[in-house]
Design a binder for this molecule. Structure first.
Ligand SMILES: *[C@@H]1O[C@H](CO)[C@@H](O)[C@H](O)[C@H]1NC(C)=O
Ligand SMILES: *[C@@H]1O[C@H](CO)[C@@H](O)[C@H](O)[C@H]1NC(C)=O
Length: 344
């Protein structure tokens, strides 16, 4: 299942040593999530049942499993206003003081390091404002930004390292935040779909693996809840749920744009990176109550996004019950449209 590959990516460069364990855990969640939907109710705690420890300790990864490393545009590229790039919410949030790794300038040396590691793929994100300074993909793109990513992708192909391209790793154009309310505005999902279509059209001949967005949970909660991340919005308990809702809609729109207009000739895959904690009761304490608490804790983090996409097309019941009145509703049509993507 390609989904597990993409989910594992996030962790790969942070915790190389933990990667093996994590990727197994996360793939498991997803595979079992799909199953639980089919078996309804009874199997919903399957992931908390006995794991095959022998397999976890001695099993091998499938031969086609891809190993790689990755980065995100904002902390890596630097040059926040070079060559026509527009300001992102992270540029504003950090007052343009982020030191970054200067990869916009030193990208060739960085790719040499990637080659030296001998990995199968390099995952990176496109900076939306490097391509469209004010976020509007109906306007003319910034040629320097487009050229930068063309060169990067071309060089990876030359080195036989697969590019895995994330469209959005939290660096929303500042203009979209300031003028339109960013992810609190439903229309931002449409603006994102336009941007996604441009990227598929422009780079898609060379890209087999697309990720629409990186960890929308953290963006919703930290960006529109606690304010610890850009854009630093705080104050309304409904905001993280509205932001998450529009992020999910944006993901689904971009997925459908690819499926309809690009998949037939580009044959790529489109997924999303979800992050989560992992919770299970201690061995001797797997009581029904504790299992239920663990289940709910997972549903409130990865389930918030995975259940609409890979499960029922809607939020987990536990999340709807605990946040009644603040969690937005998907229409019946939207639910079908969310779910459509699960098995490709
Ligand atoms: C557990 O995994 C091992 C190694 O892959 C396998 O040989 C064994 O049959 C598995 N046990 C069960 C109960 O599935
Ligand atoms: C939402 O964004 C659109 C443009 O994408 C804009 O026309 C509209 O006024 C915005 N709504 C609010 C409430 O800011």
């Amino acid at each position: 299942m390609c989904v597990s590959l993409f989910l594992s990516l996030t962790m790969s460069f942070w915790w190389l040593t933990m990667f093996r364990v994590w990727s197994v855990c996360v793939s498991l969640v997803l595979i079992l999530w799909g199953m639980s939907e089919k078996v309804q109710g009874k199997a919903s705690k399957l992931w908390l049942q006995q794991l095959n420890e022998t397999f976890l300790q001695t099993g091998v990864f499938p031969s086609r499993f891809l190993w790689g490393v990755g980065t995100a545009a904002f902390p890596t590229e630097g040059s926040w206003d070079a060559d026509g790039k527009g300001e992102s919410v992270w540029d504003r949030f950090t007052r343009h003081s982020d030191p970054s790794s200067d990869s916009y300038i030193q990208w060739e040396e960085d790719l040499e390091s990637v080659q030296y590691l001998g990995v199968n793929f390099y995952a990176f994100s496109l900076s939306w404002t490097r391509i469209f300074p004010d976020g509007n993909a109906k306007a003319h793109p910034n040629p320097a930004g487009v050229q930068h990513y063309r060169r990067l992708i071309g060089k990876l192909k030359e080195l036989q390292v697969e590019p895995v391209v994330t469209l959005f790793h939290w660096d929303l154009p500042q203009v979209l935040q300031e003028r339109f309310g960013g992810w609190l505005n439903r229309s931002t999902a449409d603006v994102f779909a336009d941007y996604a279509a441009f990227c598929f059209r422009t780079f898609g001949a060379e890209v087999r693996y697309w990720i629409t967005m990186h960890n929308p949970f953290l963006l919703a909660v930290q960006g529109y809840g606690t304010g610890a991340h850009a854009p630093g919005v705080t104050g309304d308990p409904a905001d993280p749920f509205i932001a998450a809702h529009n992020l999910l809609r944006a993901h689904a729109k971009a997925w459908h744009v690819y499926d309809k207009h690009f998949r037939p000739h580009q044959h790529g895959k489109v997924s999303i990176t979800l992050g989560s904690h992992w919770v299970e009761p201690l061995h001797a304490q797997a009581t029904p109550t504790n299992l239920e608490l663990c289940q709910k804790a997972m549903e409130a983090v990865i389930g918030w996004f995975a259940e609409p996409i890979y499960g029922s097309g809607d939020y987990p019941e536990s999340l709807k019950a605990s946040h009644r009145g603040v969690i937005p509703e998907f229409s019946a049509q939207e639910r079908l449209w969310m779910k459509d993507q699960a098995y490709v």
